[in-house]
Design a protein around this ligand. Sequence first.
Ligand SMILES: *Cc1c(COP(=O)(O)O)cnc(C)c1O
Length: 455
Amino acid sequence: MDYSKIPSVTNLLKNEKGVKLVSKFGRDPFLDTSKIVLEQIRKDFANYHENISENLVLQLIKSSLEDSERKGLQKVINLTGTILHTNLGRAPLPKVVADKVKKLSTPYCNIEFDLTTGKRGKRTASIEEKFRQLTGAEDCVVVNNNAAAVLLTLSALTSGKEVILSRGQLVEIGGSFRIPEVMEQSGSILKEVGTTNKAYIDDYKHAVNENTGAIMRVHPSNFRVVGFNHETSLADLSQLAKNSGLPLIDDLGSGTLISLERWGLYEPTVIDSIQQGADVVTLSGDKLLGGPQCGIVLGKKELITKLKKHPLMRALRCDKLVLSALESTLDIYLKERYVEEIPFYYFLDREIDKLKDIASEITATLDSKYYEVVEDASFIGGGAMPLHQLKTVAIKINYHKPQLIAEFLRKQQVPIVGRIRNETLYLDLKTVYEEDIPYLSKVCGLLGEEIIDGE
Ligand SMILES: *Cc1c(COP(=O)(O)O)cnc(C)c1O
């Protein structure tokens, strides 16, 4: 075979298009990709019928470089209907929060410097103050995520001691967070009480002994026991904890700061938990709170102080960008502007009629034989209220190969992710941003001719 027909890397580098690719993607990525592409051409040499121009090779290198660029983190349009989608970044940050983070990210800042005294300051002083105002909690610590919050709490408060927990709350959340394993990692001893569906206050009472370190409640988050069931109320657990001189730990998971009743949803709030007597409450920053990924422990000062002094604290602490994002998210709650500013609440609050208008705008240039606008159900996600369906509007694509459409949408400049159900692709508009409507309209306009008819 006459491999001399294959262009050399030296010539590719001299080619005007090659020069452009080097300046766009960098010399090393260009050279690495060239090697792979040329190697592939040598293998498939016969198929090319010796028609191997520099242009063709550069085109292949370009596609391959573009493909690898797509593997990096980038904006995605979430049309799955799940508002807090773990694979798509859970809670999207409010714009005001992102602006604040951007301002703080390049200059120096007073993260551990007290501007009044000129001395070393506390990392989370202002966050502690804001949580005090919002929840009544005496003190708080902030770590990387709620898994870390639970690990730190148990490590600092109950290592070597028994923690009493209902069998109905031995949950696994998101694959790798399993309560019994976290308990073990913290050096605490799990003391299971009750049964999968029922745990009474007497079960807890009988379990208390001289080696008990705490009573714990874990929010079941992504699963529910329905039918014949009973869990002991937090208030009753609190009474028992007080009488026994034990701390009561409540892992809320989603941990909302406001009541969701106006949207017909029931989820215990952080204030409920504290008022009903939890001494320590743990929650995620990027679930119903709508802030950055972090874990928050709120509670009694003497207990939180033990967490702050524990050696794990240093390993689990957050950086200034996360802390500034959290602080700015709390400001939104203090100003009671969550519906306007926090995407989760904005999407939850948006009227169905508004979604129908958006559907018409997006499908304006799409032939009506390709789609139908339907009312549908979406989910909150993030392990919150798994059984609750939210009313939504979706664009249902009339085509028997949903995977093909899904792939086409994922390959767009800004990838779009829909939901496939019963062999049909739905573009759920629950979480669509108004600013993305023109782009979605453009892409949907291409669906008919390029994909559906092109088959
Ligand atoms: C989500 C959740 C966690 C884990 O929180 P991350 O922030 O994802 O680490 C722990 N406990 C409960 C009850 C949860 O719902």
